[in-house]
Design a protein around this ligand. Structure first.
Ligand SMILES: O=C(O)c1cc(=O)[nH]c(=O)n1[C@@H]1O[C@H](COP(=O)(O)O)[C@@H](O)[C@H]1O
Length: 279
């Protein structure tokens, strides 16, 4: 039987610590690394990241937008990044934030969550704002193939709160509805379900009840957006062991030297480990 994503992630974090490093090839970062802001620069940047982080950290999150910006050649680089990281034994969370009507979600599921697709990662980020149920085809495909999803709940940007913290007549927030829907999907999974959430490390008090989630929490906003290890403890409290903080620019700015880049990732990982241990 295929090992579940929840089990694979738990194993990866136990072996390599709780950190996901983002590959976000901003044109400005390419220039800082002495590279041209074109497909050749993108490829050099991305493959340096693969070499620095592959087999070193639990997970890596390529941001699809920065590859799509270069058209089909950029997407080809993304395909190679996914394949090489997976071959190195590092989990790939593809950041694509997809969300659409169910029949179209089938096609996204075929692209990102189905064995044999050139863009199939270990997990993909999804947006639930066409209704959590519209994501079912992706959640089902993930479960079938030992993959996972991370569904946006409380995002790290300040504009997210208007929508995500809005409440219904009973006082339950939109974000809590998403938490509860993910918890239903994860019920009974051991050690952890495959339906993760995205909750920014920058959000302050979440006002969320995460006790029944039984799934991983991807926490962006750590590093360049200002969140610190102290924020991780304050925001997530007892749920901290389920949290996978993710940092892109905070690590990437240490390139292009391979050893310096890798060490920046490992230092960040060690800081998070210390926070979890102290929690
Ligand atoms: O899903 C995400 O990863 C995500 C959700 C969120 O709430 N906030 C957020 O910043 N992200 C992504 O996480 C990355 C953050 O990058 P840095 O700010 O450079 O660490 C970007 O790729 C964002 O698109």
């Amino acid at each position: 039987m295929t090992e579940t994503f929840g089990a694979r992630l738990t194993r990866a974090v136990a072996a390599r610590g709780p950190l996901c490093v983002g590959i976000d090839p901003h044109p400005g970062l390419l220039r800082d690394w002495g590279l041209s802001a074109d497909v050749a620069g993108l490829e050099r940047f991305a493959l340096t990241c693969v070499e620095a982080f592959g087999g070193e950290v639990a997970a890596v999150k390529p941001q699809s937008a920065f590859f799509e910006a270069y058209g089909s050649l950029g997407v080809a680089v993304l395909e190679r990044v996914i394949a090489d990281l997976r071959a190195a034994g590092t989990l790939v969370v593809l950041d694509a934030k997809r969300g659409d009507i169910g029949s179209t979600m089938e096609a996204y599921a075929a692209a990102y969550l189905t064995e044999g697709s050139p863009l199939a990662a270990d997990a993909v980020t999804l947006s639930p704002y066409l209704g959590f149920g519209s994501l079912d085809p992706a959640l089902d495909a993930a479960a079938r193939s030992g993959r996972g999803v991370f569904v946006l709940a409380l995002t790290s940007n300040k504009e997210g709160a208007d929508v995500q913290r809005a409440t219904d007549a009973s006082g339950r927030s939109v974000a809590q509805e998403i938490v509860d829907a993910a918890a239903d999907r994860n019920a009974g999974a051991d050690p952890l379900g495959d339906v993760g959430l995205v909750i920014g490390a920058t959000v302050g008090r979440t006002d969320l009840d995460l006790a029944e989630l039984n799934g991983p929490i991807l926490a962006p906003g750590f590093g360049a957006q200002g969140a610190t290890v102290a924020d991780l403890r304050a925001v997530f409290g007892p749920s901290l062991p389920q949290v996978l903080p993710t940092s892109s620019r905070g690590v990437l700015r240490h390139g292009p030297d391979l050893a310096t880049l890798r060490n920046a990732a490992l230092r960040t990982r060690d800081d998070v480990l210390a926070a979890v241990a102290a929690g």
